[in-house]
Design a protein around this ligand. Structure first.
Ligand SMILES: *[C@@H]1O[C@H](CO)[C@@H](O)[C@H](O)[C@H]1NC(C)=O
Length: 323
């Protein structure tokens, strides 16, 4: 099911906002709800400053095209298969004018309704039950919202904010479950303190990872795993899995050579310290020559190679039961 050209077999429903990719085997298609780690170009369609549809983004993508993917090549969901638009928290999406989660849910609802009118209730339900739903978000809620502006940090302690996000995740899973989703994979957080952007705040300690941020990510992941266990018990016939993105990234950072990386603390684009989105462009003269040797493409997004490593790991572990 993890195949590099899967995204070419996608069917565009409700153009351009819901892409459903046919992947064959036991999972007929994959529906993705998420942030820039899984955005194959939604942000191109909306007036946001968070864009990446210009060079050198996509330099290793087919034809070297900058499609709006926030990396040098393909995304994890394209190694698994495809899709969607940012954080759990409405404020995060509002800050960057990107598609909020509740809106993604509205698109999904529309899709479910159209499917039901095309296929009839029984066949539509069977299909919705078989599709794989991938939820990948949360990083932006911390690094582009909680730690950047006071709205949430003045309202919540970090632990309360984690619980707030977990509550949104729980409701979201309930909502898609009630529309027929049964096979659901939900990703945890990266070691966010090791993103090049966060390391750059640690100049005094030689750009070491911010362990305080990593701890927040780890604690959040424990809470998310507890939620997965709880809902797996509570919701009949659900197959809900946690995608551990933290460990493979951490391992690649600790043992770069084992994974073919020469640089794991700077992004390839520009100086690699702070540039992402609009700041990562052709004027970024320091952009590295060979992105495949970098764990990070820009200051916050993994490179295609790191995404490939993470995706392969999922296929052998948490996603194996869906094959
Ligand atoms: C986000 O906004 C939507 C639409 O206004 C609202 O229905 C939802 O309750 C909000 N979610 C949270 C967690 O505030």
């Amino acid at each position: 099911m993890a195949h590099q050209s899967n995204y070419q077999t996608c069917l565009l429903f409700l153009q351009p906002l819901l892409l459903v990719c046919s992947v064959g085997a036991k999972v007929p298609s994959i529906i993705v709800f998420g942030d820039s780690t899984v955005d194959a170009g939604n942000n191109n369609q909306i007036p946001t400053i968070v864009k990446s549809n210009f060079d050198p983004y996509g330099q290793n993508f087919e034809g070297g095209e900058a499609t709006g993917r926030f990396s040098n090549g393909r995304l994890p969901t394209e190694f698994i298969s495809e899709r969607f638009g940012t954080g759990y928290d409405n404020i995060t999406s509002h800050l960057y004018s990107v598609i909020p989660l509740w809106k993604e849910f509205e698109y999904f609802k529309e899709y479910q309704e159209k499917l039901t009118s095309f296929l009839g209730k029984i066949r539509a339900k069977a299909l919705l039950n078989e599709e794989l739903y991938v939820i990948s978000l949360g990083t932006n809620d911390f690094i582009l919202n909680y730690y950047v502006i006071p709205a949430r940090s003045s309202q919540f302690t970090v632990e309360e904010y984690q619980n707030f996000l977990i509550g949104i995740a729980e409701n979201f899973i309930f909502d898609i479950y009630s529309l027929g989703a049964r096979k659901i994979a939900i990703a945890g957080l990266f070691p966010i303190g090791c993103l090049p952007l966060e390391r750059s705040q640690n100049l005094l300690s030689g750009r070491a990872c911010r362990e305080d941020y990593n701890k927040v990510a780890k604690d959040y992941n424990v809470k998310l795993q507890r939620l997965v266990a709880k809902l797996s018990e509570k919701l009949t016939s659900i197959k809900l899995v946690f995608l551990n993105v933290y460990d493979p990234i951490q391992e690649a950072i600790e043992k770069p050579s084992k994974y073919g990386f020469e640089n794991v603390d700077l992004g390839c684009c520009g100086t690699g310290t702070i540039e992402f989105g609009l700041a990562c462009n052709l004027l970024s003269i320091y952009t590295c020559v060979d992105a495949s040797k970098y764990a990070f493409w820009d200051a916050i997004h993994p490179s295609e190679n790191l995404y490939k490593i993470i995706s392969n790991r999922f296929m052998r572990t948490s996603l194996a039961k869906f094959k």
